[in-house]
Design a binder for this molecule. Structure first.
Ligand code: MSP
Length: 533
C-alpha cells in the first residue's frame, strides 16, 4: 500500500496477452519500468509499479482452444508457469500484478462502463468492418496494406502481416468522437503527455483527422467481461484491458475504503510505458474513456521502440521470440537489464545480437566495472589487511574525481527521470572509466613498495573505494543484485545501511565510507563468459 497523504510515483507496463509465453520484447518494457521505478525509489519517493496480464479476448480464447483447454485453465497455467516466473528471471520489483480475470478488475470494469453509459457516452449500433485478432483491433481503412504473394488481393494488418477478418456485429459503441477537440487542447497544453516527440506528432495527426465512434463490446466473443446492462455481450478486450491501470489501484471504490485511498494516493499514473504499436490505444482511446468518466488523465504515455529481428518486430507468431531465460542464464539478470537499457535508445527500435551483448558484457562490465571493483578490494585486503584507510593526502587527482561525481550524479538523475536510460548509464560509465584511469595513473602497486608513500597509497585506496560506493548506489536501480554484492564487499552495508536506502541526492557527498570499514574481495561481480575461458 502507498502511505496516505503522499502521491506515489505511479508507473505501469502494458498488460501482456497470455496467448503464449513471454519473449524479450515483453521483458524489455518490464525492465524499463523496473529500472525507472527503482531509480525513483532511490530518490526517496513513494513508488507504485504495476504490471500484469491481459487474459480476455479472441486471441487468448483461440490459443486456449488450440491447446484443447478452457480459457481460464489456459491462462492460469501460463501465468503460473511463464508470466510470473519471468518477473523473477529479470528481477523485477513490481508492487502489484494484475490479471484481468480477477474479480477486483471485473467488478470495477463493469462499474466504469455503467458510469459511461449513464453519462450518455454508450449507444447501440451495428458494426461492420475489418478486425485484426493479432492486434485485437477494429481497423480503419488507412491502417491496412495490400497483400502480396500468398496473400495477393487481401488486406493485411501491417504489424502482423496477416489478413484481417471481416466483422459484422450488433454492438455497443463508445462516443469517442465527442473527445477529439478536448484531447487536442489537452496535448497542446501538455506536450510532455506523449513522448517521445515522434509519438506526440503521430497522436496529434491522428486526432486532427477527426475521431469516429468505436465499438466497445463484442457479441461474437464469449471470453470477456459481460456488459452490466446486456449480458449477451462482453466488453471489447482493449476497453477491458486499458482499465487495469485504474482498477488495480482501486478505481470506483468508496473514498474512505482502503482501495479508495489507494486510488487517491496513486492516480493519475505518472508514466504508462507502452510499445509504439499500442500508442493509439493509450494516448487516444484511454484518455477519452477517462474524460468520459471524469477521471484525471495520466501524466505521460511513453512509447518505446521495438526489439527487431531481421528488421521486423520480434514476435512469437513469427517464431522470432527469444525467451528472457535464454539470455539471463548465460549473462545473468543484471547484465540483461544493463544491456537493454544501455544499448538501445529508449524510444527507438533496436536489434539484439549475442555478439554485441557479449562484447559489451566483457568490455564494460567484466573488464570495466568488475575489474575496478576486484582490483580495489584486493588491494585493500593485501596492503591494509582489509581495513579501509583514511585519505590523508587529497590532491588534484582526487579533487577532480570528486567534482566529476557531482556532475555525474546530476546528469544521471536528469537522464533517468526523463527515461533516457542509455544516457543515464553513460554518465555513470564515464565516471567508472575516470576512476579506472585514476587507479592506472596513481599506480598504487608502485606506491605500496615504498613506505615513504604510505599516505598516498592510503589516499588512493580510500578514494577508489569511495568512488565505488557512489557507483554502486547509482547503478543499483539498473543492476540491483550485483551492486548489492559490491556494496557488501565494500563493507558499506554495515557502515551505511542498505544500498536501496542511499538517496540519489546524497551520492555526491564525499567521504561517506568511514576509515576502518572492513573491505573484502568477494567473487567476481561479472564472471568471465564460459565460452571465452
Ligand atoms: N495486451 C495488450 C496490451 C494491453 S495494455 C492495456 C498487448 N499485449 S502484447 O503482449 O501483445 O504486447 C504488450 C507489449 O509488449 C507491447 O506494447 C510492448 O510493450 C511489448 N512488446 C511486445 N513485442 C515487442 C518487441 N518485439 N519489442 C519491444 N516491445 C515489445 O499489446
Amino acid at each position: 500500500m502507498v502511505e496516505s497523504g503522499a502521491k506515489a510515483f505511479y508507473c505501469t507496463t502494458p498488460i501482456y496477452y497470455v496467448n503464449d509465453a513471454p519473449h524479450i520484447g515483453h521483458a524489455y518494457t518490464t525492465t524499463a519500468g523496473d529500472v525507472l521505478t527503482r531509480w525513483h525509489r532511490q530518490r526517496g519517493e513513494q513508488v507504485w509499479f504495476l504490471t500484469g496480464v491481459d487474459e480476455h479476448g479472441t486471441k487468448v480464447q483461440r490459443a486456449a482452444s488450440g491447446g484443447g483447454v478452457q480459457p481460464q485453465e489456459w491462462v492460469d497455467r501460463l501465468v503460473a508457469d511463464a508470466w510470473l516466473p519471468v518477473l523473477g528471471t529479470i528481477n523485477a520489483a513490481n508492487d502489484d500484478f494484475i490479471r484481468t480475470t480477477e474479480s477486483r478488475h471485473v467488478q470495477r470494469v463493469q462499474h466504469f462502463w455503467q458510469v459511461l453509459k449513464d453519462n450518455g457516452y454508450v449507444y447501440s449500433a451495428p458494426y461492420e468492418g475489418p478486425y485484426c485478432v493479432g492486434c485485437e483491433e477494429f481497423k480503419l481503412a488507412g491502417d491496412l496494406v495490400m497483400g502480396e504473394g500468398e496473400f495477393e488481393g487481401e488486406q493485411l494488418c501491417p504489424i502482423h502481416g496477416r489478413p484481417v477478418e471481416h466483422l459484422e456485429e450488433e454492438n455497443w459503441f463508445f462516443r469517442l468522437s465527442a473527445f477529439g477537440p478536448q484531447l487536442i487542447e489537452h496535448y497542446e497544453r501538455h506536450p510532455e503527455a506523449v513522448r517521445p516527440v515522434s509519438a506526440y506528432n503521430e497522436v496529434m495527426s491522428f486526432l486532427r483527422q477527426g475521431l469516429v465512434d468505436i465499438s466497445m463490446s463484442r457479441s461474437s466473443v464469449s471470453w470477456g467481461i459481460p456488459l452490466p446492462w446486456d449480458h449477451s455481450q462482453v466488453v471489447y478486450v482493449w476497453f477491458d484491458a486499458l482499465l487495469n491501470y485504474a482498477t488495480a489501484v482501486g478505481y470506483g471504490e468508496p473514498k474512505d475504503s482502503p482501495a479508495g485511498q489507494q486510488f487517491a494516493n496513486t492516480w493519475p499514473a505518472d508514466v504508462h510505458l507502452v510499445g509504439k504499436d499500442i500508442l493509439r490505444f493509450h494516448a487516444v482511446y484511454w484518455p477519452a474513456m477517462l474524460l468520459a468518466a471524469n477521471v484525471a488523465l495520466p501524466r505521460t504515455v511513453f512509447a518505446h521502440g521495438w526489439l527487431l529481428v531481421g528488421g521486423e518486430k520480434m514476435s512469437k507468431s513469427k517464431l522470432t521470440g527469444i525467451a528472457p531465460e535464454q539470455i539471463v542464464s548465460h549473462f545473468g539478470a543484471d547484465a540483461f537489464r544493463y544491456y537493454f537499457m544501455r544499448a538501445i535508445a529508449f524510444g527507438q527500435d533496436g536489434s539484439f545480437s549475442w555478439e554485441d551483448m557479449a562484447a559489451r558484457y566483457t568490455a564494460e562490465l567484466a573488464n570495466g566495472l568488475g575489474n575496478l571493483a576486484s582490483r580495489a578490494t584486493a588491494m585493500v585486503e593485501r596492503y591494509r589487511q582489509g581495513l579501509l584507510p583514511a585519505s590523508p593526502s587529497i590532491g588534484e587527482a582526487e579533487r577532480a574525481l570528486q567534482e566529476l561525481l557531482v556532475t555525474t550524479v546530476s546528469q544521471a538523475d536528469e537522464a533517468m527521470t526523463r527515461l533516457d536510460f542509455a544516457d543515464g548509464i553513460a554518465a555513470v560509465r564515464g565516471f567508472v572509466e575516470a576512476v579506472n584511469g585514476y587507479v592506472t595513473d596513481q599506480e598504487p602497486w608502485v606506491l605500496a613498495k615504498d613506505p615513504a608513500t604510505a599516505d598516498r597509497l592510503d589516499t588512493v585506496l580510500a578514494t577508489t573505494c569511495e568512488s565505488l560506493r557512489a557507483i554502486a548506489t547509482l547503478y543499483h536501480p539498473v543492476m540491483p543484485e550485483t551492486m548489492s554484492r559490491l556494496w557488501q564487499q565494500l563493507g558499506a552495508d554495515v557502515a551505511l545501511g542498505p544500498i536501496g536506502e542511499q538517496p540519489v541526492d546524497r551520492v555526491a557527498i564525499w567521504g561517506q565510507l568511514p576509515a576502518g570499514t572492513r573491505v573484502t574481495k568477494g567473487d567476481a561481480l561479472f564472471p568471465r563468459l564460459e565460452d571465452e575461458t
